[in-house]
Design a protein. Structure first.
Length: 406
């Protein structure tokens, strides 16, 4: 049995709190109000995953100013691979998300990025047309060995069955005009599967095209987790960390996260409150709740002003026995009869979660709950780490072509 342990923080008496390696690699949720300590929690666990040899993918749509510099500094000191992927329009071409994929896999990326799943609503006819156009585009991309997005636009532009699917065709053109994912040959997004290390993806919570790219890259990583051979020997654990996951989830990603632990992966999901479960576009709240909360056996709940989140967290803690005294009313000065009733209550009251100081939370794992304080990494790089610049971009006019075809 593995004796691997992960340091989590300090308890109320200042003693170190450790969790077993198999507990640390459970799916994890970290709900917390703004600036309560979500990023610091990531700084505690992710360096230990990297030191243990895990591959890590961190998706950061809100562009944290400290976390990438802290992790880059740690990796630099420990000589662990670190690669920043910046999806903003000002960044150069860096990756080709469809490199090496077959027809079905490319189609799945399109479905996740463009939200083409069948919802059962009135728009299902149009979604079917868009999915058919996505399948046709994937077929042409493989047949012409044109798996980068600008080349897909070129080879598909003469096929009326594709260009007539207005939603898909418009989204494809917008994606092809995003420089960061337009490289023909760029950085190997999946390098942590082979050599460990971390790929840190900077996104954007507001730009709709960047949000589509975020969803596409997440599904690309999850596809790789699921297609690894599981029975040929030990496989490298892969941690997929999602900050503000409501900007990242699609139906395929939601389904995949619910089963990721069976394939050598584990997820870390950071969000503000349970209200985020209902904020994932196109996905019913009960599906998100089942995939995220019900499948996450490690919970670290920091300060939350949301009533629903506080009550949920309280119910997740251990229960304690308590005795409640009751008495009957009596007339005149007669002695009132009474009784004691035994009951159970959550070990930690909901109001406690509202009053927690920053960087202090309740760790719930393995049938136990305890108060833990976390601390940030002390070393930061002075600047943001550099992004990879692809040496080759197929078709220098790809952005102009995409704009003209919309």
């Amino acid at each position: 049995m593995s004796k691997e342990r992960f340091f989590f923080g300090l308890d109320q008496k200042g003693r170190p709190v450790y969790i077993a390696g198999d507990q640390a690699r459970l799916n994890k949720v970290v709900p917390a109000a703004t600036r309560a300590g979500k990023g610091v929690t990531a700084q505690v666990l992710i360096p230990q995953f990297l030191s243990a040899g895990d591959g890590v993918f961190f998706f950061d749509p809100k562009r944290d100013s400290k976390l990438p510099r802290a992790l880059a500094s740690f990796c630099q000191r420990k000589k662990i691979p670190f690669q920043l992927v910046d999806l903003s329009y000002a960044s150069p071409p860096q990756i080709n998300p469809c490199s090496g994929l077959d027809i079905r896999q490319i189609q799945m990326l399109f479905s996740a990025a463009f939200d083409l799943a069948d919802t059962g609503q009135m728009d299902r006819v149009y979604r079917l047309e868009d999915r058919q156009a996505a399948a046709r585009t994937a077929l042409l991309a493989v047949q012409h060995d044109s798996r980068d997005l600008p080349s897909m636009v070129r080879v598909a532009s003469s096929d009326e069955s594709i260009t007539s699917a207005k939603v898909f065709w418009g989204f494809l053109n917008e994606m092809a005009a995003l420089p960061a994912i337009s490289a023909a040959e760029g950085f190997d997004l999946l390098s942590p599967f082979e050599s460990g290390g971390i790929v840190y993806v900077l996104g954007d919570p507001l730009d709709p095209v960047v949000k589509m790219a975020q969803r596409m890259l997440l599904v690309r990583v999850l596809l790789q987790i699921y297609q690894r051979p599981r029975f040929d020997g030990p496989i490298r654990p892969i941690c997929v960390a999602l900050d503000e996951f409501k900007h990242l989830l699609s139906e395929p990603a939601c389904d995949a996260l619910g089963m990721i632990q069976d394939f050598g992966g584990h997820a870390m999901l950071l969000f503000q409150s349970l209200g985020d479960l209902a904020a994932c576009p196109g996905i019913p709240e009960n599906r998100v709740r089942g995939a995220i909360l019900d499948n996450s056996k490690l919970k670290f709940v920091l300060q939350s002003q949301n009533d629903e989140t506080a009550k949920w967290a309280s119910n997740e803690t251990c229960t304690v026995r308590q005795f409640v005294e009751s008495s009957d009313k009596a007339h005149d000065d007669e002695r009132s009869p009474g009784q004691w009733r035994e009951s159970e209550a959550p070990a930690i009251h909901p109001n406690t979660f509202k009053r927690l100081p920053p960087l202090v939370g309740v760790l719930i794992v393995g049938g136990e709950s305890r108060v833990v304080q976390v601390s940030p990494l002390q070393h930061l790089t002075t600047e943001m780490p550099p992004v990879f610049k692809a040496s080759e971009v197929r078709s220098t006019a790809s952005q102009n072509l995409a704009s003209n075809l919309i």
